[in-house]
Ligand binder design. Structure first.
Ligand code: 0GY
Length: 293
């Protein structure tokens, strides 16, 4: 089956920035391989294969120690590829799953044993069909006793409508990619201020400062227009920020990022060694490997 978007960068550059020891790439995916783990029939895109071995090789090249592998929509609620990668990692990868209301307690226990510590709710219409909020709330209520959190992915313009739902969730809530702000608008403008208010008023809400390559209009190498947004989050909420590569970068049709350049974005948004350690080591460990603290 042919992919309908670009394949990941074949030879990412070695980053100039040296990540701290024990750093976690807290947002990445595995895709297939389709021959072993077929893509979901209801998917909205078909990626190229991106295996666990390729992910772990990238991790080593970029200097990271661990991964958080997030279930992507092209695999629907079939978590086998993600769970297989977590199991194969020797404890160095944790996962975030997609589940339906029909998931059994035994399924959840098995996912937990594989390394899953969260579920993802996706609100991008180009990626998924609508799931009723009462179903999502029910799922959140079932995973909360396992100590799992909820990862949410949405567009900035949809935050007003989703606000009450997010703030009713009984778990830690992690927002993907800063809630996808329009970076042509000012950091102090109403759209991003609304997002910052969500974090200010709700201490259980965290944000990934990832995906400059998706949000940028100015483009690489520096992704300069995204820097002030991510920096604001890291500086105001240093204990609630995460970073990830988003490898293998699903759905990018025009430019495929050099993952080395994405790593070099980090010191521009987390500008001191202390902030970098929190972003890349301490925060993800608190969420995904709390038993090690
Ligand atoms: C991301 C972003 C995207 C895709 C998915 O699950 C997915 O398919 O998350 C996107 O297309 O913006 O975080 O991987």
């Amino acid at each position: 089956m042919d992919p309908d978007w670009l394949c990941f960068h074949p030879a990412p550059s070695k980053p100039v920035f040296r990540v701290p020891a024990g750093a976690v790439d807290a947002h990445c995916h595995v895709f297939g391989p389709a021959a072993e783990f077929p893509f979901a029939p209801e998917r909205k895109y078909t990626p190229c294969d991106a295996s666990k071995a390729q992910l772990f090789a990238l991790r080593a090249r970029l200097g990271f120690a661990r991964n958080v592998i997030v279930q992507a929509t092209c695999h629907g609620a079939d978590n086998r590829a993600m769970a297989d990668a977590c199991r194969a990692s020797g404890g160095m990868a944790r996962g975030v799953a997609t589940v339906r209301r029909s998931v059994t307690d035994q399924d959840l226990e098995e996912l937990h044993a594989a390394g899953v510590r969260g579920v993802r709710f996706n609100f991008l219409r180009r990626l998924v069909d609508f799931t009723p909020k009462d179903e999502l709330l029910e799922i959140a209520g079932r995973v909360a006793p396992l100590g799992w959190h909820v990862v949410v992915y949405f567009e900035a313009q949809d935050l007003p409508e989703l606000w009450d739902f997010f703030t009713a969730l009984p778990t830690t809530v992690i927002v993907d990619h800063m809630g996808r702000p329009d970076v042509a608008q000012p950091v102090d403008g109403p759209q991003f201020q609304r997002f910052l208010r969500l974090l200010r008023e709700h201490p259980n809400v965290w944000s990934k400062v990832s995906c400059p390559e998706r949000l940028t209009k100015s483009g690489p190498p520096g992704y300069d227009d995204v820097v002030p947004f991510a920096r604001r989050v890291v500086e105001e909420f240093p204990d609630r920020a995460l970073w990830g590569t988003d490898w293998p970068h699903p759905n990018l049709k025009n430019h495929m990022p050099d993952d080395g350049l994405l790593v070099d974005f980090i010191p521009r948004v987390a500008t001191t060694p202390a902030l970098q350690r929190r972003l890349l080591v301490e925060n993800p460990l608190r969420l995904y490997w709390p038993e090690e603290l």
